[in-house]
Write a protein that binds this ligand. Structure first.
Ligand SMILES: [Zn+2]
Length: 340
C-alpha cells in the first residue's frame, strides 16, 4: 500500500471523543493510523468491467478487515441497516463527484470503493484507512453510529479525493511512525472534507444555500450529547454542535500548531461566506471553485495560499473581477486571512 494513502483522519476528533467520555477510543484510532491493512482483499479482479463498484463487508464486531462480503455492487439490500446505509451513502457521494464534477470515483480513474461495517467492539469512529472505509457502531448510547450520516461518509471519502488530487498529500506529516495532519495545510485538508461533506448533503437534498443547515455529522451523537460534529456557518457554536467544540471561525481564534479540526473552522467559514454571498446552489459556483482549487494546492499550503488559489480559480472560471471572485476574496477577508 502506498504510504501517502494511509489513514490520517477519522470522523470524531479527540476533542469530541473526550466530550462524550469515549476518549479511550482515540487509542484504537491511533493504532489504525499506523497499521497496514495489507490483508484487504484485492478487488481489482472483481471489477474487471472497468466501472467503479462498491463492496460492503461485515467485520462482525472484530478488528479484522475487510470481513465478510455482504453487499457487492448491484446486489439487493440485505437485512443489516448499517450495510445498506454504507452502500447507499458511498454511492451518493460517488454520484455527486461524477455528476457535479465529472469525477470518476475517488481517484478520478474509476477505483472501486469498499467499506466495512460493525468494525471493532462499539468502536466510536469512522474513517478512510487509506484503502477503504471503516465504520464502528459507536457505543449505541452516546454515539449512535456513522453509516446513516451521508456527510460523515462524504467527509471521509473526500480525504481520499484530496490525497489523489494533491501530489504528496495536503498537510500530511509523519510523527512517531504515524501519519497525521498538521499545520495550516492539515487544517485545509480537514476543511476540504467538511466543505464537500456539506455539499454532498445539500446536493442530495436539493437545497440552496439558505435551506442548507451547514452542519456536518448531525445524528452521530445522542441528542443530549450534541446535535452535530461541526458547523460551517458558526464554527465553535456549541449550541449547534457539542459542548467543548473549540473550532475557530476567524483568525482571532487561530491556534498556531493547534488541532487541525479546530483551525479548519476558519477556511470552512470562508467557504460558507463565499457560497452564501453567491446564493443559489452552493455546489454550482463556490463548490466548483473549491473543487478546481484543490489540485492547485501545494502539500504545505497556508490559508493565504488557499485564499489566492481560490481567488485565481474564481477568476479563471468566471472572469477577473467577476462577482464570484469578489465573493471569494471578501470571504477570506471576513475571516481575517486576507487583509481587509
Ligand atoms: Zn477529516
Amino acid at each position: 500500500m502506498s504510504a501517502r494513502l494511509r489513514c490520517v483522519c477519522c470522523a470524531l476528533p479527540r476533542r469530541a471523543l473526550e466530550h462524550v467520555g469515549l476518549g479511550h477510543h482515540h487509542a484504537a484510532t491511533e493504532r489504525l493510523r499506523s497499521e497496514r491493512h495489507a490483508h484487504t482483499v484485492d478487488l481489482r479482479a472483481a471489477a474487471a468491467n472497468g466501472k467503479r463498484e462498491r463492496f460492503v463487508f461485515d467485520a462482525a464486531g472484530t478488528e479484522a478487515l475487510p470481513g465478510t462480503l455482504v453487499r457487492p455492487e448491484g446486489a439487493r439490500a440485505v437485512g443489516d441497516a448499517a450495510a445498506n446505509q454504507a452502500y447507499e451513502n458511498v454511492g451518493i457521494t460517488l454520484d455527486f463527484y461524477a455528476k457535479v464534477f465529472g469525477r470518476d470515483s475517488l481517484d478520478g480513474a474509476g477505483m472501486d470503493v469498499s467499506a466495512s461495517v460493525h468494525w471493532g467492539e462499539g468502536f466510536a469512529n469512522a474513517m478512510w484507512t487509506g484503502k477503504q472505509m471503516l465504520f464502528g457502531d459507536g457505543d449505541g448510547v452516546r454515539v449512535r453510529g456513522f453509516t446513516h450520516c451521508l456527510d460523515i461518509v462524504a467527509h471521509e471519502l473526500t480525504h481520499a479525493v484530496t490525497q489523489h488530487a494533491v501530489r504528496g498529500g495536503l498537510g500530511i506529516v509523519k510523527r512517531k511512525g504515524k501519519l497525521d495532519l498538521a499545520g495550516e495545510a492539515g487544517a485545509l485538508n480537514e476543511s476540504i472534507s467538511d466543505v464537500f461533506a456539506s455539499l454532498v448533503k445539500q446536493w442530495h437534498r436539493k437545497q440552496d444555500v439558505k435551506q442548507a443547515d451547514w452542519l456536518v455529522g448531525e445524528g452521530v451523537f445522542a441528542p443530549e450529547i450534541g446535535r452535530a460534529v461541526r458547523s460551517l456557518k458558526q464554527p465553535g457554536d456549541d449550541r449547534l454542535t457539542y459542548g467543548g467544540d473549540d473550532q475557530a471561525g476567524d483568525m482571532r481564534g487561530f491556534v498556531p500548531g493547534g488541532d487541525v479540526h479546530a483551525n479548519s473552522g476558519i477556511p470552512n467559514r470562508a467557504f460558507y461566506l463565499a457560497a452564501t454571498a453567491l446564493g443559489g446552489r452552493a455546489w454550482e459556483h463556490a463548490g466548483r471553485i473549491w473543487y478546481d482549487s484543490v489540485p492547485r494546492l501545494k502539500p504545505k499550503a497556508t490559508f493565504v495560499d488557499a485564499a489566492h488559489v481560490t481567488s485565481e480559480t474564481a477568476a479563471r472560471l468566471f472572469g477577473i473581477a467577476s462577482r464570484e471572485q469578489h465573493a471569494v476574496q471578501a470571504a477570506w477577508q471576513k475571516v481575517g486571512v486576507l487583509p481587509a
